[in-house]
Design a protein around this ligand. Structure first.
Ligand SMILES: Nc1ncnc2c1ncn2[C@@H]1O[C@H](COP(=O)(O)OP(=O)(O)O)[C@@H](O)[C@H]1O
Ligand SMILES: [Mg+2]
Length: 281
């Protein structure tokens, strides 16, 4: 199982959107994917249509070493996307719930989650405190979505320094994903600056500014089920193919095929339910 922490000390840069969209795409390609919502704002839990459930990630943190693995397994929920599961968050989750920064990693290892999933993505709140440290220590890689502004570029450079200080032998930023991209000179110069600071670590694919992401949140819709033909979804497909070394055409065919089957299945279920209701009345 490849474990990825989605991190940026800044808020509103697209961490949750990246985590949810990438996870959806990977699951629709056919991978077994788990996401952990490690943020008390629980936006990822809402975005994937599951909401806050109990037990959840907080119950894993507040459980002792012996019960944390079973709490973790009990917290796993299905989403509407076949093959995509989530451990939700809740508004009470806080840094003080974390008994020690290796607690989550130990729990994940003890219940051998790697046997059940190909990918684990952990979405994080802004900052680098105990909750984020737990995710960093549990992960093999760190993906950083970012907006293209001077403070954002400065912030990522500082983040890298903080990681070096705190984890001299480990955790480094693996990939930086430019988000809210508009093809204008200023934004291109920030991409160039990032590429100079982090050679080979800035993705070639940028996610463009697309109002579809906000519409999805407002309308309670899911990107790859309900807006597959948006510019945003197309760019996420390209990004997933780049990040995970997959063939772009195959990715598109698989995502589209699985998504179409799911929509047909749902329609069939709705029709059957209506027939049963009709028959009973
Ligand atoms: N590429 C994009 N284009 C337009 N809006 C976006 C894009 N990516 C994210 N958003 C929107 O920006 C807001 C912040 O994104 P979010 O993923 O919640 O950030 P974070 O998790 O870093 O706080 C959300 O309303 C989301 O819908
Ligand atoms: Mg978020």
């Amino acid at each position: 199982m490849r474990t990825i922490a989605v991190l940026n000390h800044k808020g509103g840069v697209g961490k949750t959107t990246f985590c949810g969209s990438t996870a959806q795409a990977l699951a629709l390609i056919g991978f077994r994917v788990l996401v952990i919502d490690n943020d008390s704002q629980h936006n990822l839990s809402s975005m994937l249509g599951v909401g806050v459930k109990h037990p959840n990630i907080r119950d894993v943190y507040i459980a002792d070493n012996s019960t944390a693995p079973s709490q973790l397994l009990k917290s796993v929920r299905k989403t509407d996307i076949p093959g995509l599961h989530i451990i939700t968050s809740c508004r009470d989750l806080s840094d003080s719930d974390v008994p020690h920064n290796t607690h989550l990693k130990n729990a994940l290892q003890t219940c051998s989650l790697g046997r059940f999933y190909d990918y684990l993505l952990i979405d994080n709140a802004p900052g680098i405190d105990h909750l984020q440290a737990s995710a960093i220590i549990a992960s093999d890689e760190i993906f950083v979505p970012t907006e293209l502004k001077q403070f954002a570029v400065d912030g990522i450079a500082e983040m890298e320094l903080t990681l070096r200080e705190r984890y001299p032998d480990g955790a480094r930023i693996t990939k930086i994903v430019p988000n809210f991209y508009k093809n204008v000179k200023r934004q291109n110069s920030f991409i160039a600056a990032l590429s100079k600071l982090f050679p080979g670590r800035v993705t070639e694919t940028s996610i463009p500014f697309d109002s579809v992401f906000d519409e999805l949140v407002t309308d309670n819709k899911i990107l790859f089920l309900h807006r597959l033909y948006s510019k945003g979804a197309a760019c996420y497909i390209k990004l997933v193919h780049e990040l995970f070394n997959l063939d772009e055409d195959t990715v598109w065919e698989q995502v589209k095929g699985k998504r179409d089957n799911k929509i047909k299945d749902d329609a069939r279920k709705r029709l059957t339910a209506r027939k049963i209701d009709g028959g009973m009345s």
